[in-house]
Design a protein around this ligand. Structure first.
Ligand code: FAD
Length: 397
């Protein structure tokens, strides 16, 4: 191709694609609206299907410098704190799927990707570039930013997240539907927590109107807190809207003291209204396509949105290399390979959302039965094997 692949968005997906293309010798430029690459403070879990791709891109050592492999998993009851030890994927992931299941700070993951990109191409990432529009020509794409600059490339990829302006430019505005669920997130310095909470284990608190999840990140020095609550008075979809500790505590009124100890120690709680969008019939027009949350935004109830963006990046790079000079074929093949799998993640995350808020979770006896049935090894395998066993580095292109 005569000129670079233009990637709009320098999040997990855009950087994974950039690195995968660089590894294949393809010229790229990443345009990110932020003026510095400082990923929002939050955790992300990467199942074996994600770490397998990141390791294939040469990031194993970089991830190991900060990742956490948990040493156990707990389910706890929202009000009494009753605790069940449940099957922990982290313990079997390497042996069963050939790659680790890890917890990471998103900033550490983004830095590992960005550092690797910049080591190979020091000027590949352009910051402070907010995409506004694009124009397609017979032999390329022109992309314009809000500073008035226009750049030209062989092809453009919208890796610009859940509210993707590139998607809007291609297909028009969307109409997301509010789920009635608000998510909270925050980070806590592990050394501020009492010893029984400051442990390298993942914990899910089960309750009737809400769900709380916490796990260690950054070498175990930080705890990542995510919670979901049913309420309909807040409908803004944003990573960066701050709430208050009082509001968060109020959403979990009546929950166990351990939950409130964690909430009290969150430096800055952020809130995010959970929206759903219907599946897109196509992701590409001519020489422009989408990846990650831009084309298959998902609820976070499978912990796979970021992993799907990483898989997309690897497969898209392979398609662009194989069908070099024939962008339409490359993008058609990419969509063929990725559409059904990502749609299944969206569907199943939605189903998991329903079970996470089941009224049955108000009754401790029912929770015990549910945990014993659904969280044991064979059931977890049945539910999750198709995700973790998938190898994006080996699919036929
Ligand atoms: P993003 O990470 O959103 O990156 C998009 C980038 O585009 C950003 O850097 C943005 O600044 C940039 N951008 C936007 N507009 C423009 C513009 N106009 N011009 C230039 N740049 C622009 N996934 C997991 O795999 N595991 C988890 O455990 C997990 N937990 C989650 C928990 C919660 C509460 C939520 C909400 C999500 C979670 N996810 C998880 C999902 C995951 O965060 C997303 O799927 C992932 O970040 C998508 O990556 P992306 O690169 O497509 O988009």
């Amino acid at each position: 191709m005569p000129s670079p692949i233009l990637i709009i968005g320098g999040g997990i997906g855009g950087l994974a694609l950039a690195l995968a293309l660089i590894r294949r010798g393809v010229d790229v430029a990443v345009y990110e609206q932020a003026t510095e690459l400082r990923e929002v403070g939050a955790g992300v879990q990467m199942g074996a299907n994600g770490t397998r791709v990141l390791h294939a891109l040469g990031l194993k050592d970089a991830l190991e410098a900060t990742q956490v492999v948990a040493s156990g998993k707990l389910a706890r009851l929202w009000n009494t704190g009753q605790t069940w030890t449940t099957f922990d994927l982290s313990a079997v992931s390497q042996e069963r799927y050939g790659s680790s299941h890890v917890f990471m700070h998103r900033g550490d993951l983004q830095a590992a990707l960005a550092d690797a990109v910049m080591r190979e191409r020091p000027d590949a990432i352009k910051l402070g570039q907010r995409f506004t529009s694009l124009t397609q020509h017979d032999d390329g794409v022109a992309v314009t930013f809000d500073n008035g600059a226009t750049v030209h490339g062989a092809l453009a990829v919208g890796a610009d997240g859940i509210r993707s302006p590139v998607r809007a430019a291609l297909f028009g505005p969307d109409r997301p539907e509010f789920t009635g669920v608000v998510a909270w997130r925050g980070l806590i310095a592990m050394d501020q927590l009492p010893a029984h909470l400051a442990r390298p284990v993942g914990t899910n608190w089960l309750g009737p109107r809400g769900h709380v999840l916490h796990y260690p990140v950054r070498r175990g020095e930080i705890m990542n807190f995510i919670s979901f609550v049913e309420r309909d008075d807040w409908q803004v979809e944003s990573w960066v809207t701050q709430g208050t500790s009082d509001e968060l505590a109020n959403d979990f009124k009546g929950w166990h003291e351990d939950v409130h100890t964690i909430i009290r120690n969150i430096e800055t709680p952020f809130k995010w209204a959970m929206m759903v969008r219907g599946p897109m019939p196509r992701w590409s027009i001519d020489r422009v396509t989408l990846m990650g949350d831009a084309c298959h935004p998902t609820l976070p109830f499978l912990g796979q949105g970021g992993v799907m963006a990483v898989e997309d990046g690897y497969v898209l790079a392979a398609c662009l290399e194989k069908y070099f000079g024939d962008p339409q074929t490359a993008l058609a093949r990419y969509e063929d390979i990725r559409r059904e799998r990502t749609a299944a993640v969206v569907r199943k995350s939605h189903e998991n959302r329903r079970s996470a808020f089941s009224p049955a979770l108000a009754d401790p006896n029912r929770v015990g039965v549910e945990v014993a049935r659904e969280w044991q090894q064979e059931r977890v395998r049945e539910r999750m094997e198709w995700l973790y066993a998938y190898d994006a580095t080996a699919v036929a292109i």
